[in-house]
Design a protein around this ligand. Structure first.
Ligand SMILES: C[S@@+](CC[C@H](N)C(=O)[O-])C[C@H]1O[C@@H](n2cnc3c(N)ncnc32)[C@H](O)[C@@H]1O
Length: 198
């Protein structure tokens, strides 16, 4: 079974099994420069956990592209969503043709460890950002907790590793994204970078 099938199988129970602390999600999104009218790429949206937190920040003229490789995850996310501002896509964010320089924020919430080539992934995700846009790698758990969880969750994700924040900053810098803010503590892991310009 591959990673896609692994997440397909978990989709219907995901919201019961995975408890997200709303306070931490708000704290993470407060670190990102989100404004009314913004276009956001929600990478690995899963069951769309972030969507209700994002919609009020971008207002009626904003737009969210919510992408996931798992068809079943997207089916659950779609079922829960009442907003026309959200476009759902089934696909691999690293190979799907998305318009370059078109998003004000690209948010990877609980998905970055699953990318094989981390440096390439950051370069690709950065290419989707408008000048002045922000790239976010974030988790509402500590790095240790994430890496331990993957080791015990199944062979499909056992080696999916969250690198330390300095490594992610190095990938940012290599692709021209400036580091903006970092939290790497026992509560959460957040790295925010900003593409120069605008
Ligand atoms: C750990 S889950 C997190 C889901 C959601 N962000 C959350 O926090 O509840 C990771 C999600 O990323 C998706 N995913 C993994 N690799 C991906 C890729 N290359 N492109 C798009 N989605 C991906 C998986 O299918 C899965 O739904």
């Amino acid at each position: 079974m591959g990673q896609r099938e692994f997440f397909d199988r978990m989709a219907e129970t995901w919201d019961r099994v995975c408890q997200h602390d709303p306070g931490k999600i708000i704290e993470i999104l407060d670190m990102v420069d989100l404004r009314p009218g913004d276009a956001i790429l929600d990478v690995g949206t899963g069951t769309g956990i972030l969507i209700p937190f994002l919609l009020p920040r971008i207002g009626p003229n904003g737009a969210i592209t919510a992408i996931d490789i798992s068809e079943n995850m997207i089916a659950v996310a779609r079922r829960k969503c009442r907003s026309d501002a959200v476009e759902f896509m089934v696909g691999d964010v690293l190979t799907t043709e998305l318009p370059p320089a078109s998003f004000d924020a690209v948010i990877c919430y609980s998905v970055f460890p699953h990318f094989n080539d981390k440096e390439q992934s950051i370069a690709r995700l950065g290419s989707y950002l408008k000048p002045g846009g922000e790239l976010v790698v974030c988790h509402s758990q500590s790095r240790d907790e994430i890496n331990q969880r993957h080791k015990s969750a199944g062979a499909e994700v056992a080696s999916d590793n969250l690198p330390d924040a300095s490594e992610i900053v190095r990938y940012f810098v290599l692709t021209g994204i400036g580091p903006k803010s970092i939290i790497d503590d026992e509560r959460m892991f957040v790295v925010v970078g900003r593409k120069p310009g605008a």
